[in-house]
Write a protein that binds this ligand. Sequence first.
Ligand SMILES: Cc1ncc(COP(=O)(O)O)c(C=O)c1O
Length: 278
Amino acid sequence: MTERSIGPVLMNGVEVDPTHAAISVFDIGFQRGYGCFEAMRSYGGTPFRMYAHLERLENSARNLRIGLPDRSVLADWCLRSSKAGDGQLRVFVTGGLDAKNPGTDNTIVIFLEPLPDIPPSVRLDVIEAPWHADGRTSELTGAKTLSYGPNLAATIAARSRGFDDAALVGANDIVLEGPTFSLGWVRGGVMYTPSLESHILESITREATLEVAQRIGVPTETGRYDRSHLLSADEVFVMSTVREVLPVTAVGDTEFEPGPITAALRRGFGDLVAQETG
Ligand SMILES: Cc1ncc(COP(=O)(O)O)c(C=O)c1O
């Protein structure tokens, strides 16, 4: 076991010593970033909304034309890995050894990673994302593929300028999402978040937060909003499996205070998690 994994690493369902867990250098997952992945949060050994994550994984794999084992098999592997406790359950599906036949001799890697340190709030730099689908469709629309290089580069660029991460904007300055999280904000008591028509990732935390908003009586609106809409918000927050709901205290030069509706959504999200995993 290494500090990168709590519990065993499963490779195609077989427990492997983490220090020896490896995929082939001939795998197109490694060579071309061809494959897909998921990250779920395990709360005390129970993954939150595991079946929603598995459904998203199946959609990703279908787009990539990679066959997967039955959902019951994947669920069994995820539950075996997550039972070690709290952490981030990582699931990777590589493209395999034959670029002409995706999925050939591929590897499904599952392990539970310790949670990273989560700061109480984040500061975001605005970064243009010409690579983002931003409403356009392609073979891979909606897929959470292994090709996350541009997203990681945006995070690294934002950090080099003293921010924690990036807020990605597309053509016409439309606000999209973060490299590994969704964006939301509050204006006049209404929660806004970019709609899926921009082909942002179908974030499971964003969906759950919209449910929480409805539960606690916060009106919601989704759509295509430009940067000025975000910058004139009363509160801004990020949503993701790892961060849950977290206040944003800067978007570029514009500062924000962590606000009461963000706090209520964060609390409500915690309640939802407790209810579903407790
Ligand atoms: C681009 C992107 N958007 C949003 C999210 C948040 O998704 P989820 O709430 O399912 O973690 C992620 C998570 O990895 C992501 O990579």
